[in-house]
Design a protein around this ligand. Structure first.
Ligand code: SF4
Length: 321
């Protein structure tokens, strides 16, 4: 499939923006620029500086190619993301964090998954599109940004035409997010913590708060803070900030939400999640070894309401433990 400038001009404003980059040739250029970053990997705030192209491994242990744990049609994201056809999730192996309570630690920390070439990853995207998914939802993608851009370029050339969703812990570098400008149309970043000490203790993130907030501002610059939907109610651009409420106030939800309201704006879409349960090393943790209490989620809901953050999704209180 060969794209021209006039093809790009004919695209609707709802079309994924990577199709324009494909038509101009910029997508291929971006892919090679991104690949160079693997020679001295500083993709995430850990800035290991290792040469992943030469077999060296950094903190995340991701190599030169992508490793994928699973891919599927997923129906349980926020309604405009899942729609009726589902979101095409691709779960990447390894992670730049070490959450004590990670529900996928065999994938994120033990390395379960299969290596994929660029072509295999591109084919996976096209398979999910053929299955009727509304988007390609990249879960824990930060350490594979170069491999992802290369795969999107190949898949787009073969007919991929649904939006790319970037589903991240929010521990990001602005420089890496800039590589994704015009390629990712929908961002689902976490805002996990408002305190660096807690972020380090529970998730192993150094300097989480500053990196997270800079990342959220960069995402706002790229796609805005609203979630734009087509006439069928399916998201095609924007962001949803996700926040998992932790037991014992550890996620400092009121502080996180206050920052969002004051810095991203009250129109920001927020997904306030109550589904915490003790997994991995949290099972025996004195504070994290239980589900969230209803009264704890009520505090989070009250903060959301007081701050006037009306866009987004919350969970029914009677469905919280
Ligand atoms: S992506 Fe991995 S290797 Fe690269 S800086 Fe982050 S932790 Fe280190």
């Amino acid at each position: 499939m060969s794209w021209t400038a006039s093809d790009a001009e004919a695209l609707s404003s709802e079309a994924p923006r990577y199709l324009r980059l494909l038509a101009s040739g910029a997508l291929r250029e971006r892919a090679s620029l991104a690949r160079e970053r693997l020679a001295e990997c500083r993709l995430c705030p850990r800035r290991c500086g290792v040469n992943r192209l030469d077999g060296q491994l950094g903190y995340c242990r991701a190599g030169a190619g992508a490793r994928v744990a699973s891919y599927n049609v997923h129906h349980w994201e926020e309604p405009p993301i899942s729609g009726s056809g589902g979101s095409g999730t691709i779960f990447f192996t390894y992670c730049t964090g070490r959450c004590l309570f990670c529900q996928n630690y065999s994938i994120s920390q033990l390395g379960v998954g299969n290596d994929m070439t660029t072509s295999e990853l591109a084919r996976t995207m096209l398979t999910l599109q053929r299955r009727g998914c509304h988007n390609i939802n990249l879960v824990t993608p930060t350490h594979y940004v170069p491999q992802i851009i290369a795969a999107v370029a190949e898949a787009a050339n073969q007919g991929l035409h649904i939006p790319i969703v970037y589903n991240t812990s929010g521990y990001e570098r602005v420089e890496t997010l800039r590589l994704l400008e015009g390629i990712v149309d929908i961002f689902l970043p976490d805002a996990k913590y408002a305190d660096d000490g807690v972020a380090r203790e529970l998730s192993g993130f150094d300097g989480y708060v500053a990196h997270n907030r800079a990342a959220l501002l960069e995402i706002k610059r790229q796609v805005g803070t609203e979630l734009l939907v087509d006439p069928q109610g399916i998201a095609y651009r924007g962001m949803v900030v996700r926040h998992l409420v932790l037991p014992e106030g550890l996620s400092q939800t009121p502080e996180v939400l206050t920052w969002i309201a004051e810095n991203l704006g009250r129109e920001t879409y927020v997904s306030l999640m109550a589904q915490y349960f003790a997994a991995h090393r949290a099972v025996d943790h004195p504070k994290l070894g239980r589900r969230l209490y209803r009264r704890e989620y009520r505090v989070a809901l009250d903060a959301l309401e007081e701050l006037g953050l009306e866009n987004g999704w919350t969970q029914e209180l009677d469905r919280v433990y």
